[in-house]
Design a protein around this ligand. Structure first.
Ligand SMILES: Cc1cc2nc3c(=O)[nH]c(=O)nc-3n(C[C@H](O)[C@H](O)[C@H](O)COP(=O)(O)O)c2cc1C
Length: 194
């Protein structure tokens, strides 16, 4: 083998080993009604890359706040899991950021559907959340129960809107800078920054 061929082989080998493998792929699955959780999802994507995957349902929730609160409460009571509009292709992702608002101090029913329908065994799940000031409720315990064979990293949770009081998107203008910095610190802490 000539020196040229050996050099060429070495260069190709180096390029291939630098290319991210299929199993290194990241996605950011998120549920968002008034775009606060979406804003955080986009900040995460800006820092770590990955595919943004919004949760879309076969039957969207009502626009009216009182009506959605009532429906969610009934679904939590009955254990109804709302079906997704399309089947997601998650096999290629090894790291899944999972974003959701707090609904009724619980994990929203569509996120329960997600964890029930998709097998996340062996994957790293990174939860993030927005709420109107009351925190995560029982969400994290439910995530732990529904993905017992995943590695779950530390959650990021921050105040978003207060739809009840007519405050929809709260993560905007000056608050974007603050939240971006908190997102970056969290990503650093959990070892997700390159
Ligand atoms: C049906 C429903 C129930 C909610 N329940 C709670 C709650 O229990 N605790 C809380 O802090 N916020 C609650 N919120 C407020 C949202 O968690 C908060 O506005 C969040 O930032 C919305 O995220 P989004 O803009 O991504 O939809 C609720 C909102 C809705 C629509």
């Amino acid at each position: 083998m000539s020196l040229k061929t050996i050099l060429f082989t070495c260069i190709i080998f180096c390029i291939l080993s630098l290319k991210p493998q299929e199993s290194d792929k990241t996605c950011i699955v998120y549920l968002s009604r008034t775009n606060n959780t979406k804003a955080v999802a986009e900040m995460i994507q800006q820092e770590v890359g990955g595919d943004l995957i919004p949760v879309e349902l076969q039957n969207p929730y009502p626009a009216d706040y009182k009506a959605i609160v009532k429906q969610v409460s009934e679904e939590n009571e009955s254990g109804f899991l709302p079906p997704f509009k399309i089947k997601l292709e998650l096999a290629k992702y090894n790291t899944i950021f999972l974003g959701f608002p707090t609904w009724g101090m619980q994990l929203p029913p569509p996120v329960k559907s997600f964890l029930n329908d998709y097998n996340l065994t062996g994957k790293t799940v990174i939860p993030f959340n927005t709420h109107s000031g009351y925190g995560l409720g029982s969400s994290l315990r439910t995530i732990g129960k529904l993905c017992p064979n995943s590695t779950i990293l530390e959650v990021f949770s921050i105040k978003g809107g207060i739809e009840r009081d007519g405050v929809y998107l709260y993560i905007k203008e000056d608050r974007v800078v603050e939240v971006k910095s908190e997102v970056k610190n969290w990503l650093q802490k959990i070892g997700m920054l390159r």
